[in-house]
Design a protein around this ligand. Structure first.
Ligand SMILES: C[C@H](O)[C@H](O)[C@H]1CNC2=NC(N)=NC(=O)C2=N1
Length: 96
């Protein structure tokens, strides 16, 4: 099972992940993606869902029109692990 990242490892990883920050009040990272319209937002979610399923690592997310709010945490570990950083990186690549 993946281990929770140390504060230092987490800080370093977030430094390389545009737009991702610590979520207040829980052990998780988050980003709000804003797209051109609903079609772009839902296309992102569709592509991200396929990657997440392949990684067996799934986001918490909420879509309102052209925004997608994503929260990543490794439930099995009770906090942020390298798996969250990997999915965050993949989501950034998908969003372009
Ligand atoms: C059995 C299965 O591998 C686990 O439940 C996976 C599925 N997707 C997951 N997604 C996330 N975000 N955290 C997990 O701990 C997790 N665990």
């Amino acid at each position: 099972m993946a281990e929770r990242l140390s504060a230092e490892a987490r800080r370093q990883a977030l430094g390389g992940l545009s737009g991702w920050t610590d979520v207040q009040g829980r052990d998780a990272i988050g980003k709000t993606f804003v797209f051109k319209d609903f079609n772009e937002a839902f296309g992102f979610m569709t592509r991200a869902a396929l990657v997440a399923e392949k990684m067996d690592h799934h986001p918490e997310w909420r879509n309102v029109y052209k925004t997608v709010e994503v929260v990543l945490s490794t439930h099995d570990a009770g906090g942020v692990t390298a798996r969250d950083m990997a999915l965050a990186k993949a989501m950034n690549a998908i969003a372009g």
